[in-house]
Design a protein around this ligand. Structure first.
Ligand SMILES: NC(=O)c1ccc[n+]([C@@H]2O[C@H](COP(=O)([O-])OP(=O)(O)OC[C@H]3O[C@@H](n4cnc5c(N)ncnc54)[C@H](O)[C@@H]3O)[C@@H](O)[C@H]2O)c1
Ligand SMILES: O=P(O)(O)OC[C@H]1O[C@H](O[C@H]2[C@H](O)[C@@H](O)[C@@H](O)O[C@@H]2CO)[C@H](O)[C@@H](O)[C@@H]1O
Ligand SMILES: [Mn+2]
Length: 454
């Protein structure tokens, strides 16, 4: 990778996260020099709302960085060195469906977990492959795509199956946010915490929390037994985490660890281990999608409008671990820093008793040639069984997408731990097919009532 300033494209340029990521890039220009930032989105209207805010963030730090806003893939990716992907296929309108359809059946309604995550996966795998192909056509041969687009576990498995050679690194900021809280509990900087962790994306456990070589998990366990993984720091450093749904999520680490104290769970395990309580506390008419549209999106759009009118940009977006993490990962890829980060990577024995080719989330050293996963050894039978079931659900979903198979989609939904029966799975899947007709590949039923279907 060249050392001179990079061309970076952001796919999903109209994302609510774009200004925060660009701000993170601006404060790290000495580490990650940039010649040009390009925003690329298929919704040019939405991207045009965000673009002036992004330009202002850039100009507050640099006069020389070229700024381009486009819906033309050739313009976006030609000679690009890095692509940060953060596409939400179907936007919040479809996230709302992912959350509300399962809830109508008494099942967890969540954007990346359960039927909602599977639906989002069915929408995202093929656009992600299309993005990879566009980047390979136009970008620098050594370009890396660093992908945040969810559902990251399913996207990663889809990319492994359909474009195994692609230079894509899938990442998630949830463990980093947990590490921020862990560091606050321990009174250290989050970069001082080195973790061991195993799992799939949004489905894993911290097994060791080292500070200066000493495992501090026991101290964190004591805090969790009283407060969950909630800290004053969480809300103070990330305003979104003051939202009621995030406060509940951090608190729910407590009941999980009360039952299974050995390891510290990823917060997303609440959806799989305590789905009844989650459903009970969810309002079927007002889900997280509504909270985000009425919160993060509205605030950003209002600020963009005010900036256009007055030339003054109000405090409207958050710069937190989300932006910092993707910049850290990109630096390590660009300059072969071999930093240790939690990323989503092909297993290759890192979790010894999970399949070799599973896409797992573990610590890895990030080199210029990609991640080198760290061996986490065997995992206990309980965790292994949970992981295998979730992995099978995600892998079947990818096969359903590739083959257009209704049966495999139904198996994926039925196998998911959040779904109690095959009847629930079928009812939810059928409603989702209707809601996703503009997005999903057609799913063909091989058999119905014992008869093959065309
Ligand atoms: N991996 C993680 O831990 C993590 C963390 C935060 C957000 N995310 C993900 O980041 C993404 C953005 O989230 P958001 O809430 O800001 O959503 P958003 O709807 O505000 O932004 C997403 C943008 O992607 C665009 N888009 C959709 N399909 C596209 C395509 N095929 N090509 C190019 N652009 C496309 C949309 O038009 C939209 O402007 C989501 O996928 C979200 O799940 C992931
Ligand atoms: O409900 P949303 O859209 O607010 O968030 C969903 C995402 O949640 C996680 O990301 C958090 C992250 O953990 C936190 O540190 C901060 O950066 O905010 C993010 C958004 O709340 C999760 O990892 C993502 O996959 C989800 O998309
Ligand atoms: Mn995530």
């Amino acid at each position: 990778m060249k050392k001179s300033p990079f061309i970076l494209a952001i796919a999903g340029g109209g994302s609510t996260y774009t200004p925060g990521i660009v701000k993170s890039l601006m404060v790290r220009l000495a580490d990650f020099p940039l010649a040009e930032i390009r925003l690329y989105d298929i919704d040019s209207q939405r991207q045009q709302i965000i673009a002036p805010v992004v330009e202002k963030v850039i100009r507050d730090h640099s006069d020389s960085i070229k700024f381009t806003v486009t819906s033309d893939a050739e313009v976006a990716f030609s000679q690009a060195n890095f692509v940060f992907a953060q596409m939400r296929v179907g936007q919040y309108k479809m996230r709302e469906q992912d959350e509300k359809i399962p809830l109508r059946h008494g099942v967890v309604g969540q954007e990346t977990c359960g039927p909602g995550g599977l639906a989002y996966g069915l929408r995202t795998i093929l656009p992600m492959v299309e993005l990879i192909d566009l980047v390979e056509r136009y970008a620098d041969n050594n370009a890396w795509i660093v992908n945040y687009s969810n559902p990251a576990a399913i996207v990663a498995e889809g990319v492994r199956r359909l474009r195994p050679q692609a230079r894509v690194l899938n990442i998630c900021d949830m463990p980093v946010a947990a590490m921020r809280n862990i560091a606050a509990i321990l009174g250290v900087d989050r970069h001082q915490v080195t973790v061991d962790y195993f799992g799939l994306n949004h489905f894993g456990w911290f097994t060791h929390l080292y500070v200066d070589g000493v495992d501090r998990l026991a101290e964190v366990r004591e805090h969790v037994a009283r407060f969950g993984l909630l800290t004053e720091d969480a809300a103070a450093t990330d305003p979104q985490h003051a939202d009621p749904s995030w406060v509940k999520t951090w608190r729910n680490i407590k009941p999980i660890m009360d039952h299974f104290p050995d390891f510290l769970p990823n917060p997303y395990l609440q959806y799989y281990l305590m789905p009844n309580q989650i459903v009970e506390h969810q309002d079927p008419d007002y889900t997280r999608a509504n909270e985000v549209m009425d919160g993060r999106e509205k605030k950003l759009f209002a600020a963009a409008a005010e900036y256009q009118q007055t030339g003054i940009l109000p405090d409207a977006f958050h710069v937190g671990v989300h932006g910092a993490f993707i910049v850290d990962v990109a630096c390590s890829l660009a300059f072969d820093l071999r930093q240790r980060h939690l990323v989503i990577v092909e297993n290759r024995g890192a979790i010894a008793n999970l399949p070799y080719d599973a896409m797992v989330e573990v610590p890895a050293y990030i080199t210029a040639q990609g991640p080198e996963p760290v061996r986490m050894g065997n995992v206990p039978q309980f965790h292994r069984a949970l992981l295998e079931q979730q992995l099978a659900s995600e892998q079947l979903l990818v096969e359903a997408t590739m083959e257009g198979s209704y049966e495999k989609a139904l198996q994926a939904f039925t196998l998911n731990r959040t779904v109690p029966t095959m009847q629930h799975a079928k009812a939810i899947l059928d409603e989702m097919i209707a809601a996703n007709q503009d997005y999903w590949p057609a799913l063909k039923q091989a058999f119905k009532d014992g008869q093959p279907q065309s």
